[in-house]
Write a protein that binds this ligand. Structure first.
Ligand code: HEM
Ligand code: HEM
Length: 132
């Protein structure tokens, strides 16, 4: 279960890393920094935070296995939701409905917040198999 979530989170982080650096290259190339906060969150939330959670599940055993899946899903939905919502809200592509983009952004951000809160709990549920 944890092994599956570990590699799943690391794969998603890798995709975020690629998308974020492509966006950074586009910003540098075009000289337009409109995407800066989106680039920053794709890389800091999507690449670095999701990757860290993936590594955590590789090296630590936690007691509540079902919560791993809950945390994993909130991490995936929250990171994609926040960054997509931010893009919709800040850039307003395709003349998107403003209420829709705002709700998307808020719901995405809130689910991400939940992922960070659940992770605090996870760090307290680590199994102590050996004395360190
Ligand atoms: C191909 C690689 C990358 C390119 C070309 C790139 C390009 C850029 C550019 C042009 C900016 C705007 C700088 C400014 O405001 O003057 C920026 C900002 C930023 N980048 Fe990247 N970036 C890359 C990779 C990364 C990576 C790997 C991370 C983090 C893991 C990262 C994190 C950030 C952050 C946090 C900001 C916002 C900094 C601030 O608040 O001023 N970038 N990047
Ligand atoms: C609930 C989740 C989050 C929300 C709603 C949020 C929202 C925001 C907002 C509104 C800004 C200002 C953007 C602007 O107008 O330039 C910002 C900036 C920033 N946030 Fe977040 N953030 C969240 C999580 C995070 C996390 C987890 C990290 C790091 C791991 C982070 C790193 C940053 C950085 C580095 C900046 C400055 C980016 C720039 O210079 O454009 N944020 N965030």
């Amino acid at each position: 279960m944890q092994e599956k979530w570990s590699i799943r989170l690391i794969r998603i982080a890798a995709i975020f890393g690629l998308v974020g650096t492509v966006l950074g290259s586009h910003m540098a190339g075009s000289g337009s920094y409109a995407f800066k906060p989106i680039h920053a969150h794709i890389l800091l939330v999507g690449w670095l935070s999701v990757f860290s959670w993936g590594v955590f599940y590789k090296i630590c055993r936690v007691r509540a296995t079902k919560l791993v899946a809950v945390h994993g899903w909130t991490a995936i939905i929250g990171s994609i939701g926040l960054t997509t919502g931010m893009w919709l809200q800040f850039i307003q592509p395709f003349n998107i409905n403003e209420t829709f983009s705002l709700v998307f952004y808020i719901v995405g951000g809130t689910i991400l917040l939940l992922a960070f809160a659940l992770f605090v709990l996870m760090t307290f549920l680590v199994e102590r198999t050996e004395k360190r």
